[in-house]
Design a protein around this ligand. Structure first.
Ligand SMILES: Cc1cc2nc3c(=O)[nH]c(=O)nc-3n(C[C@H](O)[C@H](O)[C@H](O)COP(=O)(O)OP(=O)(O)OC[C@H]3O[C@@H](n4cnc5c(N)ncnc54)[C@H](O)[C@@H]3O)c2cc1C
Ligand SMILES: NC(=O)c1ccc[n+]([C@@H]2O[C@H](COP(=O)([O-])OP(=O)(O)OC[C@H]3O[C@@H](n4cnc5c(N)ncnc54)[C@H](O)[C@@H]3O)[C@@H](O)[C@H]2O)c1
Length: 475
């Protein structure tokens, strides 16, 4: 054990959220150290957002091109798989973090490589790859940003068959002939879209009766329809009961709850996430390892005045942009407290995470894209708001018909009838991803409907769906 090092702030985990928290506390004048056990940049950079979107971008661009006579013929052939995978590899910097480490250096943030764990209040032990331990102590705060990992169900035979999780699905170097995907959430539909287009025959095994169950029902319906048209075998109400690789290596045999057996070359389990809080030393500070870390709205772990948790690990919104928002909030609170200032705990203050409860935007990069922010109709009603859902067929907007022939898409806004503001909005259709931020501003800004009426969208863009929705609402 070497001599303890002291900093104002210690950040555990250098994913996008930990990096952001460290950058903000450092910028506020607090000495800050970062601890990372794998690659600086985290899951998002190497096995999640970036590689998955790099795989999907050519798929969606080709789908858009195929909707345009005059261009369709030029993109009739298959994707150049090797080129798509090579571009994906460059987005992950070939799973090397030199660039991110150089950035830490450039902003003067010391990096401790190794597994970090708490060892009582404001004290962290980092165990390096060589087993050496380094003690770090924090004058002000420890920020846990250790993220999440894929969970696998407890299925007979699963451990022995080396199933794909999101890590393999985003980093594989070859295209399996037959890919079984288990799950109906975001990872499942995005990866089914990508690998089907890259040449796999994909079967999507969905336990429930719908895809993308956290969005408005029409999102899952439209995505399911287009996955089927792309050749994916989408099977609802289907569970896997066992998996094996009968010959040790080679094809897999999956048994379904119907009794049917299907063969696949790989199986992806896209069945949700678990917190990376194992061996974190939470017992030494009154918590439990393995749990999500429940936080207050200033991102402090409940009951603590020095331990913060931001990003996936607090389970408020498992999205990079929302975690980085929390990092900004937590860093502001840490800096203000370090300066002895009282902090404003009201919603929407610089020290209160609010948007990650009421205005979480998410884009699912399928064809069609599914984009939503705020509450769905069902969520708004369950929360007791008096709301009205206003729907519109996006295909009827001039900009959409120009975007591509046979455009298919739908929009919904959820109007709070008492406050005359939007509680949520959902757009599904090609090219809607970039539309979402307008809705995020409307929901987070609580812009009155009467003022939205004056926010005139450009002609002829897909944004004109806003005008149509407002016309529908006002009759
Ligand atoms: C396939 C896939 C696609 C996704 N696509 C998107 C998308 O398009 N948009 C989006 O917003 N979100 C997306 N997400 C979600 C996004 O990846 C996460 O929300 C995001 O990575 C969370 O960031 P984080 O910094 O909290 O955690 P992570 O990115 O998981 O980083 C945590 C870091 O902490 C390190 N760590 C863990 N434990 C310790 C320890 N004890 N000591 C030291 N270091 C430790 C880890 O090695 C890791 O580097 C996707 C997720 C998946 C799985
Ligand atoms: N574009 C994006 O924003 C994006 C992309 C990918 C992932 N993400 C984030 O990553 C998180 C994780 O995504 P995910 O798709 O892994 O999780 P998820 O929670 O969105 O979906 C999990 C799916 O697996 C099913 N499931 C769970 N246990 C199962 C079991 N034992 N057998 C069969 N099915 C089972 C669920 O019913 C659900 O359909 C999401 O919350 C999302 O926020 C975001």
């Amino acid at each position: 054990m070497t001599e303890a090092m002291e900093y104002d702030v210690i950040v555990l985990g250098a994913g996008p959220v930990g990096e952001n928290a460290a950058e903000r506390t450092k910028a506020a004048g607090l000495s800050t150290a970062v601890v990372e056990s794998e690659l600086v940049g985290g899951e998002c950079s190497y096995w999640a957002c970036m590689p998955s979107k790099a795989l999907l971008r050519p798929v969606l661009a080709r789908a858009d091109a195929r909707r345009l006579p005059g261009l369709r013929q030029a993109v009739a052939g298959p994707l150049d798989t090797a080129a798509v995978l090579a571009r994906r590899d460059s987005f992950t910097s070939h799973w090397k973090d030199d660039g991110q480490v150089a950035w830490l250096d450039s902003v003067d943030l010391p990096l401790y490589r190794g597994h970090g764990r708490l060892d009582g209040p404001r004290r962290v032990i980092v165990t390096g790859g060589d087993g050496q331990e380094q003690v770090l102590t924090a004058r002000q705060a420890v920020v846990v940003a250790t993220g999440s990992r894929a969970v696998l169900p407890d299925l007979p035979g699963l451990a022995g068959v080396r199933p794909w999780t999101s890590r393999e699905a985003t980093s594989a170097q070859t295209v399996p002939d037959r890919l079984a995907v288990v799950g109906g959430g975001v990872v499942a539909v995005e990866m089914a879209t990508a690998w089907q287009a890259l040449g796999s025959r994909v079967v999507l095994l969905v336990r429930g009766g719908a895809l993308l169950e956290r969005m408005e029902p029409f999102a899952g319906e439209l995505v399911s329809r287009s996955l089927t048209e792309a050749g994916v075998d989408v099977r609802m109400h289907t569970s896997v009961t066992s998996v094996s690789r009968p010959r040790g290596a080679g094809p897999l045999a999956l048994t379904l709850d119907s009794g049917e057996n299907i063969d696949a070359d790989e199986v992806l389990f896209a069945t949700g996430r678990a917190p990376r809080t194992d061996s974190l030393g939470m017992e030494t500070v009154g918590g439990h390892d393995g749990d999500w870390l429940t936080v207050d709205d200033d991102c402090r772990v409940e009951g603590s005045d020095w331990l913060y948790a931001v990003g996936d690990v607090n389970h408020r919104a498992l999205l990079t942009h929302q975690g980085k928002y929390q990092a900004r909030i937590a860093a502001a609170a840490i800096a203000a407290r370090a300066a002895g200032e009282d902090i404003d705990r009201a919603p929407w203050s610089p020290y209160t995470a609010t948007a990650d409860r009421v205005a979480v935007p998410q884009v699912v990069f399928t064809d069609p894209e599914a984009a939503s922010v705020g509450l769905t109709l069902a969520e708004a009603e369950a929360a007791g708001h008096r709301v009205r859902a206003v729907d519109y067929d996006i295909a009827s907007v001039a900009g959409a018909s120009l975007h591509g022939d046979d455009y298919r898409g739908r929009a919904r806004m959820i109007v709070d009838e008492d406050r005359q503001i939007l509680r949520g909005a959902t757009f599904v259709g090609p090219g809607v991803a970039e539309l979402l931020h307008s809705a995020t501003i409307a929901v987070a800004g609580e812009v009155p409907i009467s003022r939205l009426w004056h926010a005139v969208p450009s002609y002829p863009t897909i944004s004109e769906v806003w005008l149509r929705l407002l016309e529908e609402y006002r009759g």
